[in-house]
Design a protein around this ligand. Sequence first.
Ligand SMILES: *Cc1c(COP(=O)(O)O)cnc(C)c1O
Length: 374
Amino acid sequence: MINVFQPSLGKEEARAVEKVLESNWLGKGKITDQFEESFAKHLGVKKSQVCSDNCCTEGLFLSMELFDIGAGDEVILPTCSFVGAANAIQKCGAEIAFCDVDKRTQNATAGDIEKKITAKTKAVLLMHYGGVPCEMDEIMQMADAYHIKVIEDAACGVASKYKGKALGTIGDMGMWSFDAMKILVCGDGSMIYVKDEEMLQRASKLLYFGLESKSGYSNSVDQKWWEFEISCLGRRSIMNDITAAMALEQLKKLPGFIARRKEIAEMYTLGLQDVEWLDVPESVPADCESSYYFYHIQLKNGKRDELARYLRDRDIYTTFRYFPLHRVKYYGCQEKFKNADWAADNTLCLPIHQALKDEEIAYVIEMIMNFEKA
Ligand SMILES: *Cc1c(COP(=O)(O)O)cnc(C)c1O
Protein backbone atom coordinates (compact mmCIF):
# COMPACT_ATOMS: atom_id res chain seq x y z
CA MET A 1 0.00 0.00 0.00
CA ILE A 2 1.26 3.47 -0.84
CA ASN A 3 0.50 5.69 2.15
CA VAL A 4 -0.89 9.16 1.69
CA PHE A 5 1.23 10.56 4.54
CA GLN A 6 4.23 8.94 6.21
CA PRO A 7 6.99 10.14 8.53
CA SER A 8 10.70 9.53 7.95
CA LEU A 9 12.55 8.56 11.11
CA GLY A 10 15.98 7.00 11.23
CA LYS A 11 18.88 6.06 13.41
CA GLU A 12 19.64 9.72 14.17
CA GLU A 13 16.34 10.08 16.03
CA ALA A 14 16.80 6.71 17.72
CA ARG A 15 20.30 7.68 18.89
CA ALA A 16 19.12 11.08 20.15
CA VAL A 17 16.34 9.43 22.17
CA GLU A 18 18.77 6.85 23.50
CA LYS A 19 21.00 9.64 24.80
CA VAL A 20 18.06 11.18 26.63
CA LEU A 21 17.24 7.83 28.21
CA GLU A 22 20.87 7.47 29.31
CA SER A 23 20.80 10.96 30.85
CA ASN A 24 18.06 9.98 33.31
CA TRP A 25 16.26 13.26 32.62
CA LEU A 26 13.21 12.63 30.45
CA GLY A 27 11.19 15.71 31.33
CA LYS A 28 11.17 19.19 29.87
CA GLY A 29 14.78 20.29 30.18
CA LYS A 30 17.86 21.32 28.25
CA ILE A 31 16.97 19.44 25.06
CA THR A 32 13.49 21.00 24.91
CA ASP A 33 15.12 24.38 25.43
CA GLN A 34 17.54 23.67 22.58
CA PHE A 35 14.66 22.71 20.32
CA GLU A 36 12.82 25.94 21.12
CA GLU A 37 15.97 27.90 20.32
CA SER A 38 16.58 26.06 17.05
CA PHE A 39 12.95 26.37 15.97
CA ALA A 40 12.92 30.10 16.71
CA LYS A 41 16.02 30.41 14.53
CA HIS A 42 14.33 28.37 11.80
CA LEU A 43 11.37 30.79 11.94
CA GLY A 44 13.58 33.86 12.12
CA VAL A 45 12.03 35.14 15.38
CA LYS A 46 13.26 35.71 18.94
CA LYS A 47 13.37 32.77 21.32
CA SER A 48 11.30 34.89 23.70
CA GLN A 49 8.44 34.73 21.19
CA VAL A 50 8.12 30.93 21.05
CA CYS A 51 7.20 28.17 23.48
CA SER A 52 6.79 24.44 22.93
CA ASP A 53 3.66 22.61 24.04
CA ASN A 54 2.16 19.13 23.81
CA CYS A 55 0.08 19.58 20.66
CA CYS A 56 -1.10 22.18 18.19
CA THR A 57 -4.70 21.79 19.36
CA GLU A 58 -3.58 23.08 22.75
CA GLY A 59 -2.24 26.17 20.97
CA LEU A 60 -5.62 26.71 19.30
CA PHE A 61 -7.46 26.55 22.64
CA LEU A 62 -4.78 28.72 24.27
CA SER A 63 -5.18 31.41 21.61
CA MET A 64 -8.78 32.02 22.72
CA GLU A 65 -7.62 32.46 26.31
CA LEU A 66 -4.71 34.76 25.45
CA PHE A 67 -6.82 37.14 23.40
CA ASP A 68 -9.56 37.07 26.01
CA ILE A 69 -12.17 35.69 23.63
CA GLY A 70 -15.42 34.41 25.14
CA ALA A 71 -19.18 34.81 25.33
CA GLY A 72 -20.47 37.61 23.13
CA ASP A 73 -17.49 37.47 20.78
CA GLU A 74 -17.26 36.11 17.25
CA VAL A 75 -14.26 34.46 15.62
CA ILE A 76 -14.13 34.05 11.85
CA LEU A 77 -13.07 30.57 10.78
CA PRO A 78 -12.68 29.35 7.21
CA THR A 79 -14.96 26.32 6.95
CA CYS A 80 -12.00 24.45 5.51
CA SER A 81 -10.19 24.17 8.85
CA PHE A 82 -9.08 21.67 11.43
CA VAL A 83 -11.76 20.35 13.79
CA GLY A 84 -9.80 21.45 16.87
CA ALA A 85 -9.96 25.08 15.71
CA ALA A 86 -13.76 25.13 15.71
CA ASN A 87 -13.86 23.29 19.04
CA ALA A 88 -11.54 25.90 20.57
CA ILE A 89 -13.82 28.76 19.50
CA GLN A 90 -17.08 27.19 20.64
CA LYS A 91 -15.64 25.84 23.87
CA CYS A 92 -14.66 29.28 25.11
CA GLY A 93 -18.22 30.50 24.61
CA ALA A 94 -17.62 32.54 21.47
CA GLU A 95 -19.55 32.11 18.22
CA ILE A 96 -17.93 30.62 15.13
CA ALA A 97 -18.51 32.75 12.05
CA PHE A 98 -17.67 30.37 9.22
CA CYS A 99 -16.40 31.86 5.97
CA ASP A 100 -15.91 30.40 2.50
CA VAL A 101 -12.55 29.69 0.88
CA ASP A 102 -10.99 29.90 -2.55
CA LYS A 103 -12.22 26.93 -4.58
CA ARG A 104 -8.79 25.95 -5.86
CA THR A 105 -6.42 26.68 -2.95
CA GLN A 106 -8.98 26.16 -0.16
CA ASN A 107 -7.45 29.16 1.60
CA ALA A 108 -9.72 31.97 2.80
CA THR A 109 -9.18 35.27 1.00
CA ALA A 110 -9.37 38.72 2.60
CA GLY A 111 -12.70 39.14 0.79
CA ASP A 112 -14.13 35.89 2.23
CA ILE A 113 -13.18 37.03 5.73
CA GLU A 114 -14.34 40.62 5.38
CA LYS A 115 -17.88 39.49 4.48
CA LYS A 116 -18.18 37.95 7.96
CA ILE A 117 -16.94 40.88 10.03
CA THR A 118 -19.43 42.32 12.52
CA ALA A 119 -19.12 44.56 15.58
CA LYS A 120 -18.59 41.38 17.63
CA THR A 121 -15.66 40.04 15.59
CA LYS A 122 -12.57 39.65 17.76
CA ALA A 123 -10.30 37.52 15.59
CA VAL A 124 -9.84 35.45 12.49
CA LEU A 125 -8.38 31.98 12.87
CA LEU A 126 -6.65 31.29 9.56
CA MET A 127 -5.40 28.05 8.15
CA HIS A 128 -2.84 27.80 5.35
CA TYR A 129 -4.08 24.83 3.34
CA GLY A 130 -1.34 22.33 2.66
CA GLY A 131 1.26 24.91 3.66
CA VAL A 132 0.48 27.27 0.76
CA PRO A 133 0.30 30.78 2.26
CA CYS A 134 -2.96 32.74 2.38
CA GLU A 135 -2.78 36.27 0.87
CA MET A 136 -1.33 37.70 4.07
CA ASP A 137 -0.76 41.32 2.95
CA GLU A 138 -4.44 41.75 2.13
CA ILE A 139 -5.58 39.87 5.24
CA MET A 140 -3.30 41.82 7.62
CA GLN A 141 -4.36 45.12 6.09
CA MET A 142 -8.02 44.25 6.54
CA ALA A 143 -7.50 42.94 10.08
CA ASP A 144 -5.71 46.19 11.02
CA ALA A 145 -8.55 48.26 9.59
CA TYR A 146 -11.14 46.39 11.70
CA HIS A 147 -8.86 45.96 14.75
CA ILE A 148 -9.17 42.20 14.85
CA LYS A 149 -6.51 39.67 15.83
CA VAL A 150 -5.02 37.27 13.31
CA ILE A 151 -4.26 33.76 14.54
CA GLU A 152 -2.48 31.46 12.08
CA ASP A 153 -2.90 27.71 12.25
CA ALA A 154 0.38 26.93 10.50
CA ALA A 155 0.26 23.19 11.25
CA CYS A 156 0.61 22.46 7.52
CA GLY A 157 3.28 25.10 6.96
CA VAL A 158 6.27 24.07 9.03
CA ALA A 159 8.72 25.38 6.41
CA SER A 160 6.48 27.77 4.46
CA LYS A 161 7.24 31.42 3.81
CA TYR A 162 5.27 34.42 2.67
CA LYS A 163 7.45 37.14 1.13
CA GLY A 164 10.43 35.96 3.17
CA LYS A 165 8.55 35.62 6.48
CA ALA A 166 7.81 32.27 8.10
CA LEU A 167 4.10 31.36 8.00
CA GLY A 168 2.66 31.54 11.47
CA THR A 169 4.77 34.60 12.38
CA ILE A 170 2.88 37.17 10.34
CA GLY A 171 -0.24 37.53 12.50
CA ASP A 172 -0.52 37.96 16.28
CA MET A 173 -0.06 34.27 17.05
CA GLY A 174 0.77 31.08 15.19
CA MET A 175 1.15 27.39 15.95
CA TRP A 176 2.75 24.32 14.36
CA SER A 177 2.15 20.60 14.91
CA PHE A 178 4.71 17.82 15.12
CA ASP A 179 2.17 15.00 15.52
CA ALA A 180 2.61 11.63 13.83
CA MET A 181 0.99 12.71 10.53
CA LYS A 182 2.97 15.88 9.92
CA ILE A 183 6.24 16.55 8.09
CA LEU A 184 8.44 17.20 11.13
CA VAL A 185 7.25 14.57 13.60
CA CYS A 186 8.08 13.55 17.16
CA GLY A 187 5.02 11.55 18.23
CA ASP A 188 3.27 14.54 19.70
CA GLY A 189 4.51 18.07 20.12
CA SER A 190 3.98 21.61 18.94
CA MET A 191 5.31 25.13 18.98
CA ILE A 192 3.49 28.40 19.48
CA TYR A 193 4.63 31.84 18.39
CA VAL A 194 3.19 34.97 20.01
CA LYS A 195 4.17 38.35 18.61
CA ASP A 196 3.89 40.13 21.97
CA GLU A 197 6.66 38.81 24.25
CA GLU A 198 4.78 39.57 27.47
CA MET A 199 1.83 37.61 26.19
CA LEU A 200 4.15 34.74 25.34
CA GLN A 201 5.32 34.78 28.96
CA ARG A 202 1.73 34.46 30.07
CA ALA A 203 1.17 31.65 27.57
CA SER A 204 4.11 29.66 28.89
CA LYS A 205 2.74 29.99 32.43
CA LEU A 206 -0.72 28.83 31.35
CA LEU A 207 1.01 25.79 29.85
CA TYR A 208 2.72 24.96 33.16
CA PHE A 209 0.44 25.36 36.19
CA GLY A 210 0.87 29.14 36.22
CA LEU A 211 4.09 28.61 38.17
CA GLU A 212 6.26 31.65 38.68
CA SER A 213 9.58 30.33 37.46
CA LYS A 214 12.71 31.05 39.35
CA SER A 215 16.12 30.87 37.81
CA GLY A 216 18.03 27.64 38.49
CA TYR A 217 20.51 29.52 40.65
CA SER A 218 18.06 31.35 42.89
CA ASN A 219 16.18 28.11 43.24
CA SER A 220 19.23 26.21 44.40
CA VAL A 221 20.23 28.84 46.95
CA ASP A 222 16.70 29.22 48.23
CA GLN A 223 16.33 27.97 51.74
CA LYS A 224 12.97 26.33 51.12
CA TRP A 225 12.96 25.21 47.53
CA TRP A 226 9.61 23.42 47.87
CA GLU A 227 7.67 26.64 48.20
CA PHE A 228 6.13 28.21 45.14
CA GLU A 229 3.77 30.86 43.86
CA ILE A 230 1.45 30.91 40.85
CA SER A 231 0.17 33.81 38.77
CA CYS A 232 -2.70 32.08 36.95
CA LEU A 233 -4.62 28.80 36.86
CA GLY A 234 -2.40 26.96 34.42
CA ARG A 235 -2.50 23.38 33.23
CA ARG A 236 0.34 21.13 32.18
CA SER A 237 0.78 20.99 28.41
CA ILE A 238 4.44 20.61 27.60
CA MET A 239 6.93 18.81 25.38
CA ASN A 240 9.68 16.76 27.00
CA ASP A 241 13.29 15.92 26.24
CA ILE A 242 12.37 12.64 24.53
CA THR A 243 10.07 14.25 21.96
CA ALA A 244 12.32 17.31 21.66
CA ALA A 245 15.36 15.11 20.92
CA MET A 246 13.46 13.58 18.00
CA ALA A 247 12.20 16.96 16.86
CA LEU A 248 15.73 18.43 16.85
CA GLU A 249 16.95 15.67 14.52
CA GLN A 250 13.87 16.11 12.32
CA LEU A 251 14.49 19.85 12.11
CA LYS A 252 17.97 19.16 10.69
CA LYS A 253 16.39 16.94 8.03
CA LEU A 254 13.56 19.34 7.22
CA PRO A 255 15.20 21.11 4.23
CA GLY A 256 15.81 17.71 2.61
CA PHE A 257 12.22 16.64 3.29
CA ILE A 258 10.83 19.79 1.71
CA ALA A 259 13.12 19.56 -1.34
CA ARG A 260 11.94 15.98 -1.97
CA ARG A 261 8.27 16.90 -1.49
CA LYS A 262 8.68 19.75 -3.97
CA GLU A 263 10.18 17.32 -6.47
CA ILE A 264 7.25 14.92 -6.00
CA ALA A 265 4.73 17.74 -6.47
CA GLU A 266 6.48 18.72 -9.70
CA MET A 267 6.46 15.12 -10.93
CA TYR A 268 2.71 14.86 -10.32
CA THR A 269 2.04 18.17 -12.05
CA LEU A 270 4.13 17.22 -15.05
CA GLY A 271 2.45 13.83 -15.29
CA LEU A 272 -1.14 14.98 -14.74
CA GLN A 273 -1.42 18.50 -16.12
CA ASP A 274 -2.73 17.35 -19.50
CA VAL A 275 -5.42 15.02 -18.13
CA GLU A 276 -8.53 16.91 -19.22
CA TRP A 277 -10.88 15.67 -16.48
CA LEU A 278 -8.78 16.99 -13.59
CA ASP A 279 -7.02 20.14 -12.39
CA VAL A 280 -3.63 20.09 -10.73
CA PRO A 281 -2.69 22.66 -8.03
CA GLU A 282 -1.48 26.02 -9.24
CA SER A 283 2.21 26.60 -8.72
CA VAL A 284 3.15 28.44 -5.53
CA PRO A 285 3.47 32.24 -6.07
CA ALA A 286 7.06 33.28 -6.80
CA ASP A 287 7.42 35.27 -3.55
CA CYS A 288 6.14 32.36 -1.40
CA GLU A 289 7.43 28.97 -0.31
CA SER A 290 5.19 25.99 0.43
CA SER A 291 5.85 22.97 2.63
CA TYR A 292 4.10 20.69 0.11
CA TYR A 293 2.08 19.06 2.86
CA PHE A 294 -0.76 18.16 0.48
CA TYR A 295 -0.90 17.54 -3.23
CA HIS A 296 -4.55 17.88 -4.16
CA ILE A 297 -6.15 17.32 -7.53
CA GLN A 298 -9.68 18.46 -8.34
CA LEU A 299 -11.94 16.41 -10.60
CA LYS A 300 -14.14 17.99 -13.23
CA ASN A 301 -16.07 14.79 -14.01
CA GLY A 302 -17.80 14.42 -10.65
CA LYS A 303 -16.12 11.05 -10.03
CA ARG A 304 -13.92 11.84 -7.01
CA ASP A 305 -15.30 9.04 -4.80
CA GLU A 306 -14.98 6.49 -7.60
CA LEU A 307 -11.38 7.52 -8.23
CA ALA A 308 -10.54 7.22 -4.51
CA ARG A 309 -11.95 3.67 -4.42
CA TYR A 310 -10.32 2.74 -7.73
CA LEU A 311 -6.92 3.85 -6.42
CA ARG A 312 -7.41 2.11 -3.07
CA ASP A 313 -8.14 -1.13 -4.96
CA ARG A 314 -4.76 -0.62 -6.62
CA ASP A 315 -2.90 -0.15 -3.32
CA ILE A 316 -2.84 3.64 -3.47
CA TYR A 317 -4.28 5.35 -0.45
CA THR A 318 -5.69 8.87 -0.93
CA THR A 319 -7.85 11.14 1.22
CA PHE A 320 -9.57 14.48 1.39
CA ARG A 321 -8.61 17.31 3.73
CA TYR A 322 -10.38 19.14 5.35
CA PHE A 323 -14.01 18.06 5.59
CA PRO A 324 -15.77 21.44 5.76
CA LEU A 325 -16.78 22.23 9.31
CA HIS A 326 -20.06 23.92 8.37
CA ARG A 327 -21.27 20.41 7.44
CA VAL A 328 -20.53 19.11 10.94
CA LYS A 329 -23.99 19.17 12.56
CA TYR A 330 -22.68 19.74 16.05
CA TYR A 331 -21.61 23.30 15.23
CA GLY A 332 -25.14 24.13 14.13
CA CYS A 333 -24.25 26.11 11.02
CA GLN A 334 -27.19 26.69 8.67
CA GLU A 335 -25.23 28.34 5.85
CA LYS A 336 -23.88 26.85 2.66
CA PHE A 337 -20.54 27.79 1.15
CA LYS A 338 -20.35 27.41 -2.60
CA ASN A 339 -16.60 27.05 -3.04
CA ALA A 340 -15.91 24.92 0.02
CA ASP A 341 -18.84 22.64 -0.84
CA TRP A 342 -17.58 22.19 -4.39
CA ALA A 343 -14.03 21.55 -3.17
CA ALA A 344 -15.24 19.04 -0.57
CA ASP A 345 -16.97 16.97 -3.25
CA ASN A 346 -14.31 17.12 -5.96
CA THR A 347 -10.89 17.28 -4.28
CA LEU A 348 -8.57 14.34 -3.67
CA CYS A 349 -5.23 14.48 -1.82
CA LEU A 350 -2.68 12.18 -3.44
CA PRO A 351 0.14 10.41 -1.58
CA ILE A 352 2.92 12.84 -0.75
CA HIS A 353 5.76 12.18 1.64
CA GLN A 354 9.51 12.35 1.39
CA ALA A 355 9.98 8.53 1.38
CA LEU A 356 7.99 8.02 -1.85
CA LYS A 357 10.07 6.48 -4.61
CA ASP A 358 10.03 7.72 -8.20
CA GLU A 359 8.53 4.38 -9.34
CA GLU A 360 5.67 4.79 -6.88
CA ILE A 361 4.87 8.27 -8.14
CA ALA A 362 5.01 7.02 -11.72
CA TYR A 363 2.63 4.20 -10.71
CA VAL A 364 0.15 6.66 -9.12
CA ILE A 365 0.23 8.83 -12.25
CA GLU A 366 -0.22 5.82 -14.53
CA MET A 367 -3.18 4.50 -12.54
CA ILE A 368 -4.89 7.91 -12.60
CA MET A 369 -4.34 8.19 -16.37
CA ASN A 370 -5.94 4.76 -16.80
CA PHE A 371 -8.96 5.61 -14.64
CA GLU A 372 -11.32 6.84 -17.33
CA LYS A 373 -10.31 3.95 -19.58
CA ALA A 374 -11.10 1.40 -16.86
C1 LIG B 1 -2.62 18.37 12.63
C2 LIG B 1 -3.27 19.66 12.62
C3 LIG B 1 -3.61 20.32 13.81
C4 LIG B 1 -3.51 19.69 15.17
O1 LIG B 1 -2.26 19.33 15.55
P1 LIG B 1 -2.04 18.41 16.82
O2 LIG B 1 -0.61 18.63 17.17
O3 LIG B 1 -2.34 17.01 16.39
O4 LIG B 1 -2.97 18.86 17.89
C5 LIG B 1 -4.16 21.57 13.73
N1 LIG B 1 -4.37 22.17 12.54
C6 LIG B 1 -4.06 21.57 11.38
C7 LIG B 1 -4.30 22.29 10.11
C8 LIG B 1 -3.52 20.29 11.37
O5 LIG B 1 -3.24 19.69 10.21
